[in-house]
Design a protein around this ligand. Structure first.
Ligand code: HEC
Ligand code: HEC
Length: 371
């Protein structure tokens, strides 16, 4: 048996970075207020995969796709002989060969659908220009993105089970070789990288780390930038801001449909137990403004959710009574809403910075500390 250097530095470092970036991206996906970091790590993972794809053409032996083993007979034998040593594979075994191709394809699908969801649903990033055209179908893009991300996770899972079985049952050194580069083989099959490949490796690692750094620390890159425009209601409609912002926050008009605003404005004398009545002309002007900017006339994610949940409802005038609102806040306990720092469910600004400027961004959700 001879020790042969099979996996150059590029394969090993990119493999580690891919594992790390994917794990972090996947976990961050669960935290709404960390969405921009999820996107940053996901895009940096994309950079790693772009270079890995290139490496499949310009890399050394065993790293190139044409050296992968796609023989179905070999794959079958490999999968069926779980407990016994099979044929020796200097490069990728058939299962890994298929797994790598599947991972590359699914990673790209996941990243592209992620960017679509980010653009269309959140109105953020390079595809935000699609938001106003496709916002009605926003759920489809998010669901597809989740599907591909989970499919990727499943492939990673199978690949890892295979790797562990290789190591502990078949006692092969395939896993170790992904760390130290060496495999014990019958023949000496040393792989060497040329100067071009070394340069490629350097750019590969640098580009992925730099893109991550850049996306995290540069605000408003086109990949993350928010296309939702901040409103100043005091400038847009002074009476609305003054009258409707005197007892509570100024609720952005897109959070209720026209019928709710009409109903509310027709009975300001009995407004949630308060008398909020105003003179007729002001009432008229505020109602016109509310209707003009209502949920029907907005492409905002929340507007669509509220419209859908009030489709067959003609009596609701509280945002917090909509099924959409309840669903989005079901993880938050009653004690938090009743705490001294929040006081009421309707006090949105306790958790949503800038909601009074019409922004309900994931990155701007700041739960009050210590409640
Ligand atoms: C005199 C005080 C007062 C004024 C003025 C007032 N409101 Fe209210 N409003 C309230 C109170 C009290 C509530 C209930 C808040 C709670 O549940 O904590 C409320 C609730 C609301 C809610 C529902 C919040 C939720 O739970 O989803 C909306 C929407 C709303 N007001 C809109 C308006 C608009 C529009 C105007 C201006 C025409 C206005 N309010 C003026 C006192 C006022
Ligand atoms: C106690 C804190 C708190 C209060 C008060 C609160 N929210 Fe939220 N809100 C959250 C959190 C946390 C989330 C994210 C939940 C999740 O992880 O899905 C959220 C999510 C949302 C979303 C969904 C955002 C998205 O991108 O999916 C909307 C819309 C929203 N809130 C609107 C409101 C409005 C309007 C009010 C006031 C009537 C309000 N919230 C009051 C904490 C709060």
């Amino acid at each position: 048996m001879k020790k042969s250097y099979i996996w150059p530095f590029a394969n090993r470092i990119s493999h580690i970075l891919m594992m790390l970036f994917f794990a972090i991206t996947y976990i961050l996906g669960d935290f709404k207020n960390l969405l921009s970091y999820h996107v940053a790590f996901g895009l940096a993972l994309g950079v790693l995969f772009v270079f890995r794809t290139g490496w499949g053409f310009v890399g050394p032996r065993y790293s190139r796709f044409k050296d992968f083993n796609f023989n179905l007979q070999d794959l079958k034998k490999y999968m069926l002989n779980v407990f016994s040593k099979t044929k020796e594979y200097a490069g990728h075994n058939p299962a890994s060969s298929y797994a790598i191709i599947a991972m590359i394809i699914v990673a790209f699908l996941s990243i592209i659908t992620g960017l679509l969801a980010y653009g269309i649903e959140e109105n953020h990033g390079i595809l935000s220009f699609l938001h106003s055209t496709y916002f009605k179908n926003m759920e489809i893009f998010k669901d597809t993105h989740e599907f591909f991300s989970n499919l990727f996770l499943a492939i990673v899972g199978i690949h890892m089970v295979g790797a562990l079985m290789d190591k502990f049952i078949k006692k092969s050194d395939a896993v170790d070789s992904m760390i130290n580069g060496y495999k014990k083989l019958k023949k000496n099959l040393h792989v060497e990288t040329n100067i071009f490949q070394n340069l490629y490796t350097l750019i590969w690692v640098a580009a992925s780390l730099f893109s991550l750094y850049y996306l995290i620390f540069t605000k408003d890159t086109i990949f993350i930038a928010n296309a939702n425009v901040k409103q100043n209601y005091a400038l847009v409609h002074k009476d609305f801001a003054n009258e409707c912002g005197s007892c509570h926050i100024t609720y952005p008009p897109f959070l209720l449909p026209k019928k709710s605003w009409t109903l509310m404005m027709s009975n300001l004398e009995n407004h949630f137990g308060d008398d909020a009545s105003i003179d007729k002309a002001t009432n008229h002007s505020i109602l016109a403004f509310l209707k003009q900017n209502s949920a029907e006339n907005s492409t905002h994610q929340a507007a669509l959710g509220i419209l859908n949940s009030l489709k067959d409802d003609n009596g609701t005038i509280a945002i917090t009574k909509t099924s959409f609102w309840k669903k989005r806040h079901k993880k938050i306990s009653k004690d938090v809403f009743e705490s001294a720092k929040v006081k009421s469910r309707a006090n949105c600004k306790a958790c949503h910075t800038d909601i009074q400027n019409g922004l309900i961004e994931n990155d701007l959700i700041n739960m009050p500390k210590g409640v």
